[in-house]
Design a protein around this ligand. Structure first.
Ligand SMILES: Cc1ncc(COP(=O)(O)O)c(C=O)c1O
Length: 343
């Protein structure tokens, strides 16, 4: 299979059409068979539930080429489960998990020429999403839905090496206590756009959001979970007592890497903002970057500094181990790397 003629190493994180998307429709209480389509547009009724009551959930994962040339993606079953949970929370019919994984395989296989070569640092970003197409005018769940997957090639997250970033504590919340912060719904991101634009305008990579009930505990950033390291090398993973942190696939994998590969101690517990000055490293984790080291967190005039000029050794080791497992250079002992057969 001939690869597309792209400058893989210089792609940005922006949308580029590939050959196919995947589409399946839900009507009369059932999902249709679904399949690939070369049509990358969606036509909707002006009264579609999506447009009025925001019934939309999505996922994000990546397909890439391993060292030995296989096309793979990372733990798609976890994205299937999370989208299942997200859909149920918004009264949408969940896509069966085996069908979700098969749809990811089908669309990646059909776009194999768009999967970047090993070593380029680029990936094929896979975006499954589901939205209400059925008409509703009173506040209620719709009765028709569409599930789609689009793919788009994206460049390496870090060009020229991993660099620490700055966060600031936001005056806004990204989620409500016991609201929808623990699911991946577009509505959460609408809510975080204003603080995100404002953070960027003020020179920060992202916001650190505190718990929306007491504003005392660390939750997560606009697009990643947060990790800390204690002086004794223990990994500290903030938990939300208001259930408003997104369960990141990367974070859960890093916890398993820390325990099962690196023999580290891990504490998963609520973390007070007041204690983060005692930690020696901080990072954000998510599919795109795996780990972005955080060099500084500002809260008004208060600054917590971990160091903007170096990446802490624990974040470095965790990142290298997980990316090594993903690329096939380190043994995949938990069976996370999911091969897609391409003829
Ligand atoms: C709010 C938020 N938290 C965390 C994550 C990281 O999750 P994952 O590791 O599954 O990409 C993301 C990205 O999907 C996110 O949008």
């Amino acid at each position: 299979m001939e690869k597309q003629n792209l400058d893989w190493g210089n792609l940005t994180f922006s949308y580029m059409k590939t050959d196919y998307s995947y589409v399946s429709n839900y009507k009369d209480g059932a999902w249709d068979e679904g399949g690939l389509t070369p049509d990358h547009t969606v036509t909707l009724s002006e009264c579609a539930g999506l447009l009025h009551y925001c019934q939309e959930v999505f996922e994000g994962l990546k397909a890439y080429t391993t060292k030995n040339g296989d096309i793979v993606c990372f733990r798609p079953d976890q994205n299937a489960q999370r989208m299942y949970d997200s859909a149920q929370r918004l009264c949408m019919p969940p896509m069966p998990k085996d069908r979700f994984v098969k749809a990811v395989e089908d669309v990646v296989r059909a776009n194999a020429s768009w999967v970047p070569p090993f070593g380029s640092g680029a990936t094929l970003y896979v975006r499954p999403f589901m939205f209400a197409t059925g008409e509703v005018i009173g506040v209620a769940p719709a009765d028709e839905y569409q599930f789609r997957i689009l793919t788009t090639p994206v460049g390496p997250y870090y060009k020229g090496g991993v660099k620490p970033v700055k966060l600031r504590v936001s005056d806004y919340d990204r989620a409500a206590p016991r609201g929808t912060g623990n699911i991946k719904a577009g509505l959460n991101y609408a809510m975080s756009l204003y603080p995100s634009v404002d953070a960027h305008a003020n020179g920060y990579a992202d916001n650190m959001f505190l718990d929306p009930e007491t504003r005392t505990y660390v939750e997560e950033s606009g697009g990643a979970n947060i990790l800390f390291v204690k002086k004794d090398g223990t990994l500290v993973v903030p938990q939300s007592f208001t259930d408003s942190i997104l369960p990141s696939v990367t974070r859960r994998s890093l916890v398993d890497v820390a325990k099962g590969y690196l023999g580290m101690e891990v504490e998963e517990r609520p973390v007070k903002f007041a204690e983060i000055g005692e930690f020696v490293e901080c990072g954000m984790c998510g599919t795109a970057a795996v780990i972005s080291p955080v060099g500084e967190v500002d809260n008004g005039d208060e600054k917590v500094v971990y160091g903007m000029d170096h990446v802490g050794p624990v974040m470095k080791k965790l990142r290298e181990t997980l990316t090594g497992i993903q690329s096939g250079e380190i043994e995949d002992k938990y069976g996370w790397v999911h091969k897609i057969d391409v003829e």
